[in-house]
Design a protein around this ligand. Structure first.
Ligand SMILES: Cc1ncc(COP(=O)(O)O)c(C=O)c1O
Length: 403
């Protein structure tokens, strides 16, 4: 029998960063599993009803009857998938050479390598707040010093970003990177307009700080065409991270990064799994070819737009009128700002007792902000459950007020 870990001296066994994580990670969260009738609006899972099951089965079938030796052995990343990414990026005016693109098993893999290749413990990075909890947690756990810049309806607050860069420069500090999600931000859904994008890349160039542009939701827009990517505005100062998770399926674990070849080269060198799966890279390339992916994205957008609209309409009916919320034009989330008497610490346990859960804003900041903010995902649940979940949450808010 293996000795219980309770007997092991954890101070000795683990790195300082892990010891630190166990004691104070502020964004840690334990939500109940979705049991019985509980409706989770917490996580940005894809809608299972929209998985392209038939297209995937056809692609797997043809791979299984083809030359399996190539896809089942060790092999480098499938060049056809790199070419597909290159072609998709070129279409939006981002021409890339081969050494400016890499594949990875999810954009989370790329984000988790950034501290290792770019930072030493204590180095400063700039992260918008609130932000994607996976990234915030990863950066925090690596012992980085996180400067939080608020997100407004039009994205990161650039006046505060500039003030932060000026303050750091006065202290002799040059931040290692700025992590931003300018397009349908997670969690706020905000979309940064062109003028702000131009100002952001100009600030990054002026202060010599690399921007990490996380574009996980970039293809999921419900309305008008969206502004150019940051990397299209200044390829020298932007590392772009894209993913197939939201436009194909998260389970395929396939993503890409592109940007300055010096950065790409180093991420590749420290990525221990080199090939990203000869089978999976071929599968993703095969299923996405010949315009199929664009047609699928159009189907996704029509469906997610409908769910977003229904969530917003139900919120308007069900929530107290002093709850403020955004109206996203894309992505997976509605973000709401609660009045003073309804902090998340009060609302979440009562909501769970009433059969609905959400993501507390506190999980999206490195510094404990977000006590009156909640993220509501419309992506995963069916239309009926989106409506029912929001009604339960609204009823919980009214009950707490009457208590
Ligand atoms: C902004 C953002 N970046 C990255 C990811 C992770 O994506 P992947 O599945 O490619 O690791 C997510 C997932 O929710 C996300 O919201």
């Amino acid at each position: 029998m293996i000795t219980s870990s309770a007997n092991v001296d954890s101070q000795y066994l683990f790195s300082k960063i892990v010891q630190h994580d166990e004691s104070i990670t502020p964004m840690h969260l334990d939500l109940p599993d979705e049991v019985d009738d509980t409706i989770s609006l917490a996580y940005g899972d894809a809608d299972p009803a929209l998985f392209p099951v038939d297209a995937l089965i056809t692609a797997v079938d043809s791979m299984l009857t083809g030359n399996l030796d190539i896809s089942l052995n060790y092999a480098p990343a499938y060049a056809g998938l790199v070419a597909l990414v290159q072609e998709r990026m070129a279409r939006i005016n981002i021409p890339l050479a081969h050494n400016e693109i890499m594949l990875a098993n999810g954009s989370s893999q790329i984000l988790s390598l950034l501290p290792q290749i770019m930072c030493d413990a204590g180095d400063v990075i700039i992260v918008e707040g609130p932000s994607f909890l996976g990234a915030v947690e990863t950066f925090f756990n690596c012992g980085l010093t996180i400067e939080t810049v608020p997100v407004r309806d039009d994205g990161m607050d650039l006046d505060i970003l500039e003030a932060t860069l000026v303050r750091l420069a006065a202290q002799g500090i040059r931040a290692k990177f700025i992590y931003t999600i300018p397009t349908f931000q997670n969690p706020t859904g905000s979309l940064m307009p062109l003028a702000n994008r131009q100002r952001l890349v100009a600030l990054a160039a002026q202060y010599g700080v690399l921007i990490v542009e996380d574009d996980a939701y970039g293809d999921l827009h419900f309305e008008n065409p969206i502004p150019p990517k940051l990397i299209a505005l200044d390829p020298k100062w932007v590392l772009y991270v894209g993913t197939f998770s939201k436009i194909l399926a998260p389970g395929v674990r396939m993503a890409w990064a592109c940007g300055p070849s010096e950065v790409i080269k180093r991420i590749n060198r420290f990525k221990t799994e080199g090939s990203n799966g000869p089978f999976m890279t071929r599968l993703v390339a095969q299923v996405s070819a010949d315009g199929w992916l664009d047609q699928h994205i159009a189907v996704l957008n029509a469906n997610y737009a409908k769910k977003c609209q229904v969530m917003l309409e139900t919120i308007a009916e069900a929530f107290p009128s002093d709850v403020r919320y955004n109206r996203p034009q894309g992505g997976f989330f509605v973000y709401a700002y609660l009045p003073a008497d309804l902090p998340v610490s009060r609302l979440l346990p009562a909501a769970i007792a009433n059969g609905v859960s959400f993501l507390p804003g506190t999980t999206c900041y490195a510094d404990g902000q977000g006590t009156h903010e909640i993220r509501l995902a419309f992506s995963f649940q069916s239309l009926e459950k989106v409506v029912e979940g929001i009604r339960r949450l609204g009823a919980t808010m009214h009950q707490l007020r009457q208590a």
